[in-house]
Design a protein around this ligand. Structure first.
Ligand code: HEM
Length: 293
């Protein structure tokens, strides 16, 4: 039976750890890939493959590209590609750390761990600004239709394309704003999560309203707050059946269409961004047929 990695559709877990790896040895990369069969169950460990690894294997995944770097007035959107991405979901920080170590040990020396981010669920799924995140996520079959590849053939069906960005918040700056301005930044009221109809055009939900795109741009967001020492923010994670919806939304956020940038950029900016292809599962095991395994 073919399915997506179920951890994509499931709710976010209380704790998570994101790992990215780059290729250290092109020669060894191919022989290290089969380790993924044991390391990734798709439920507690979700995995994505970057373009550099697909190319090292001399294969092609239609639709998988490199995260587009861009910029707007006063901010830059960086592209920081990697070969492998792991989203470790769990409830016990110790277990997540030990699972990370085991993944790292099995992928070394072919791959090198390039980044680790510890993340967590705040309340029932809030951003650290105090706003509920994920309200307008598609649900049930609509989530599958937005996030999972269908009718593209064996090896691709059940897969998903994920855009991952590390956003660094200046919470001090945001907290100084009066609550009405905070609400106008997001476009929803903090105290009851109601959408503000007459919010400014720069409000985040005005910029990103999924039905307002042609074609409609639905994505499945599975973002989580993160923290490392004094730095904090949101790991923005969006799954799609392609990157088209994500790119349309991000382009509008930058203001490149109409000169109006998303008000989010006033207090938070992305420090990293990458694209990965999340292979499907077959009988509970990663299906890597498209990569030649
Ligand atoms: C620090 C970065 C971000 C924060 C704190 C944030 C926060 C939020 C919040 C609080 C909402 C309203 C509730 C909801 O529907 O989820 C929202 C909505 C949304 N965000 Fe973000 N977001 C961020 C970045 C992004 C990015 C990079 C994208 C896509 C490129 C995006 C796409 C969306 C979409 C599609 C919606 C729903 C819009 C609708 O259809 O109503 N967000 N976000």
């Amino acid at each position: 039976m073919v399915s997506c990695q179920p951890g994509i559709l499931a709710e976010v877990s209380p704790l998570a750890r994101y790992l990215t790896f780059v290729i250290k040895s092109n020669k060894l990369a191919k022989s290290a890939v089969p380790a993924l069969f044991d390391l990734v169950d798709g439920v507690n460990t979700v995995c994505g493959i970057g373009l550099s690894l697909v190319m090292a294997l001399a294969k092609e995944i239609p639709g998988l590209g490199t995260f587009p770097a861009s910029a707007g007035a006063g901010f830059a959107i960086p592209s920081t590609p990697a070969a492998l991405w792991f989203w470790l979901k769990g409830t016990d920080r110790g277990e997540l750390i030990l699972r990370s170590r085991s993944i790292e040990q099995q992928l070394t020396p072919a791959f090198q761990l390039s980044n680790v981010v510890d993340a967590f669920k705040y309340k029932t799924g809030f951003d650290l600004t105090g706003y509920e995140d994920g309200t307008e996520n598609p649900q049930a079959q609509a989530a599958v239709d937005a996030a999972i590849v269908q009718d593209q053939g064996a090896g691709l069906d059940g897969s998903s394309f994920v855009a991952v960005q590390l956003w660094v918040h200046d919470l001090g700056l945001f907290e100084k704003l009066p609550e009405t301005e905070q609400d106008n930044t997001i476009g929803r009221r903090k105290f009851d999560n109601q959408e503000i109809e007459d919010a400014p055009k720069s409000a985040h939900v005005k910029r990103t309203a999924q039905e307002s795109f042609q074609p409609e741009a639905f994505i499945l967001r599975r973002s989580m707050p993160w923290n490392a020492e004094q730095r904090t923010g949101l790991v923005f994670v969006a799954f799609g059946k392609s990157f088209a919806a994500f790119e349309a939304i991000l382009t509008r956020m930058t203001g490149s269409e109409d000169g109006i940038a998303d008000a989010l950029f006033n207090f938070t900016q992305p420090a990293a961004g990458a694209y990965f292809w999340c292979p499907p599962l077959q009988n509970g095991r990663l299906n890597l047929a498209k990569l030649g395994f």
